[in-house]
Design a protein around this ligand. Structure first.
Ligand code: 2HG
Ligand code: ZN
Length: 461
């Protein structure tokens, strides 16, 4: 293939992988349920090299699939099975260029591992306030391109809220540089918003300026048992009333989720009873946080909204509580075939959604086990269903998503559409929204070479 030679001339021998032994890690998703094939994997070191790859690929009418840490759960960074597409990994572009503790910004290259940026921020007395189980492998470019969520969204917002500046390689191979470290910038259209969350279908993010936050001096982590999701919602209301300004996480965990984490990782839930759990974390720098949380917890325990609970007395105990939450995804993988739903509904509707969806599933899919957990404080539930191997995932999706639609929710709260939810997007977004999305795609990538088939809004119009 002539293109491979051109890419080698541009990037050097080590910049182009073609041996399947080297490329296979880039052609299947984290869950190993979607597997494609690539003509090659390219490993550029600069935005100029990324732009060069895009120009060569475009001239050869070959598509480019940008890939970060490949931790996504929507198969949004995997090539199709044709073996003709190029995977472009940003992993060699991993410099932390500039960290400003006064302006509270950090400028990083797209391939930086999220945790490395978190560590650098902490060393400067600041935090990068994203938190999710895959942060040790996920890359900054990936979380920006997917507008990743996680368990701190309640306090700090989605990744979008943290992006101040962006550098993007456009589909025509030009570099768009907006790496500004500004809090306020209303000069013209805020074009970076188009690229954030567009899953590499409009441009390739090569560098980012992120907002940092002050590092809270005190953190209180607690685990509380509640009778059911409705009680969890009551608990949320009470805690918002009492200490809402210091809550950083409010996570709901079903009994089944706890049971599989205990089973597969030998962990032990410190709160007995085997019921629904809420992980609540609060953080602040002013003294008195622990007393304030204790007082609020005493009230909810007294009133019976929470039936039992524990507060971590050390960082180790806090980490143990978090492990129960963060290992659910891995435990689910060990349980067998699962069908994922990353949904959101208005927060007050969460208990009703859970009740209806569970009822429907139990009636339609005998043997289904519901692994429901997630970010109740944001109305985002991972309603994952462990099913017998013969089950048609699309049937399960339809069932759950129709209930989400009845509650005017979203079929993708934080993981994105990828290739996994393309049909669902067409079904649940209005025609006028799909038309607009298609117009945006056509305007920014008229040749359709960037991550084709992903998101794919309006393809059926
Ligand atoms: C989480 O909240 C992640 O832990 C993964 O978003 C959710 O496994 C999942 O479906
Ligand atoms: Zn999540």
């Amino acid at each position: 293939m002539k293109l491979i030679g051109e890419l080698r001339a541009l990037l050097g021998e080590s910049g182009v992988l073609t041996d399947p032994a080297d490329t296979s890690a880039y052609t299947k998703d984290w869950k190993h349920t979607v597997e494609g094939s690539a003509a090659c994997v390219v490993r550029p070191r600069t935005a100029e090299e990324v732009a060069g790859v895009v120009r060569l690929a475009s001239a050869a009418h070959v598509s480019v699939i940008p890939q970060g840490g490949n931790t996504g759960l929507a198969a949004g960074a995997i090539p199709d099975p044709s073996g003709t597409q190029i995977v472009l990994t940003l992993s060699r572009m991993n410099a932390i260029r500039k960290l400003d503790p006064v302006g509270m910004t950090v400028e990083v290259e797209a391939g930086c591992i999220v945790q490395a940026v978190q560590d650098a921020a902490r060393a400067a007395g600041r935090i990068l306030p994203v938190a999710f189980a895959a942060e040790g492998s996920a890359q900054i470019g990936g979380i920006v391109s997917t507008n990743a969520g996680g368990s701190n969204v309640l306090r700090y917002g989605m990744t979008r809220q943290l992006v101040l500046g962006l550098e993007v390689v456009r589909a025509d191979g030009t570099i768009l540089n907006g790496l500004r470290h500004l809090r306020k910038d209303n000069a013209g259209y805020d074009w970076k918003q188009l690229y954030i969350g567009s899953e590499g279908t409009l441009g390739i993010v090569t560098a980012v300026v992120l907002r940092l936050m002050p590092q809270p001096k005190f953190v209180v982590t607690s685990l509380l048992s509640v009778a059911d999701p409705r009680a969890a919602l009551d608990l949320l209301k009470q805690m918002q009333d009492g200490i809402g300004d210091v809550i950083t996480a409010f996570e709901l965990i079903s009994p089944y989720s706890i049971s599989i984490v205990e089973k597969h990782f030998g962990l032990k839930c410190p709160v007995a009873g085997g019921g629904w759990m809420v992980l609540l974390e609060a953080s602040a720098s002013v003294p008195g946080l622990r007393e304030g949380v204790d007082e609020a917890l005493a009230k909810v325990l007294e009133s019976g909204i929470a039936t039992d609970g524990t507060v971590a007395e050390s960082e180790t105990q806090a980490a143990q509580i978090w492990a129960l939450r963060e290992r659910i995804t891995e435990a689910e993988l060990k349980e067998g075939k699962s069908v994922k739903h990353d949904v959101s509904v208005p927060i007050p509707s969460v208990p009703e959604f859970l009740r209806e969806a569970e009822e429907k599933l139990r009636a339609s899919i005998p043997g289904a086990k519901i692994n429901a957990f997630g970010h109740l404080g944001d109305g985002n539930i991972h309603f994952n269903v462990v099913v017998p191997p013969v089950t048609d995932a699309k049937v399960v999706n339809r069932l759950v998503h129709d209930i989400v639609a009845l509650h005017e929710g979203s079929i993708s709260a934080e993981h994105g559409i990828g290739s996994y939810r393309v049909d669902e997007l067409e079904r649940y977004r209005s025609e006028s929204e799909l038309v607009l999305m298609k117009q945006i795609k056509n305007a920014l990538d008229p040749g359709g070479i960037l991550n084709p088939g992903k998101v794919n809004a309006g393809s059926k119009i």
